[in-house]
Design a protein around this ligand. Structure first.
Ligand SMILES: [Zn+2]
Length: 234
């Protein structure tokens, strides 16, 4: 991502007024990317979501095709045209390219334990949304999430796991503390994914602006490790 280094936050925000501005903020080397950005806008949020759902159905059936949604006239050694930005858990069983059966270059992945929306996650997502023009943002929780489980345990017992795992638990606690005391793990997982999505909208003007303009949709889903199916919230 050569453009990332030259991208100052001030320039980035100023550039959000238009694609040309973003290109300027991203540096001279990005003029080619700026031209692609217009094409990036041609993939609608609905089209992107449809591709992901189709891919997940193939993954469920073990009918893996690794479908490549990069425009055929584009070369991923020269740029990237992700169809979606995905905030998912670092869990080793949650690999978005597999789960959505798509090729390298199709998904901009941001992963951390518990799919939480801290500053580094938001900044990474802003790049994918503001510069790369990804039309869809998926917050993807998953069944058997150890991070949510740890937060529920901390809520129940008052004991923190220790080390910097505490930072993960602290980020999840606000998402689950209003749930009933006898909350299930699945309830915690859905609440946490929904909370992360709200945080992204609330804390990022870039994300909120793209949603308001209809160029971006944010969806919440949960991946079931046993059935391999992703269920999206209505
Ligand atoms: Zn997890």
């Amino acid at each position: 991502m050569p453009d990332f280094e030259g991208l100052s936050r001030r320039g980035f925000l100023a550039g959000m007024a238009g694609v040309a501005g973003v290109a300027l903020a991203a540096g001279a080397s990005s003029s080619a990317q700026a031209a692609e950005d217009k094409d990036g806008d041609k993939v609608t949020p609905e089209q992107s979501l449809k591709w992901l759902m189709q891919g997940n159905r193939r993954w469920v059936k073990h009918d893996i095709k690794r479908v490549d949604h990069t425009p055929p006239y584009r070369d991923i050694t020269k740029g990237q045209w992700p169809i979606a930005s995905i905030l998912s858990c670092a869990d080793s069983r949650v690999n978005p390219e597999n789960i959505f059966d798509v090729a390298q270059g199709n998904l901009f992945n941001v992963r951390n334990a518990g799919n939480v929306g801290g500053a580094i996650s938001i900044g990474s997502i802003e790049y994918s949304i503001g510069v790369l023009r990804a039309p869809l943002l998926v917050v993807l929780g998953h069944t058997s999430c150890g991070a949510v489980q740890a937060a529920q345990r901390a809520l129940r017992t008052g004991e923190m796991p220790g080390g910097d795992i505490d930072a993960v638990v602290d980020a999840i606690l606000p998402a689950i503390e209003k749930l009933p005391a006898d909350q299930t793990l699945d309830e915690g997982i859905w609440a946490n994914a929904g909370y992360s999505a709200r945080q992204l909208r609330r804390r990022s003007e870039i994300i909120a602006t793209r949603i308001r303009s209809g160029k971006l949709r944010i969806v919440v889903g949960v991946y079931d490790i046993k059935s391999r199916k992703v269920t999206f919230a209505e």
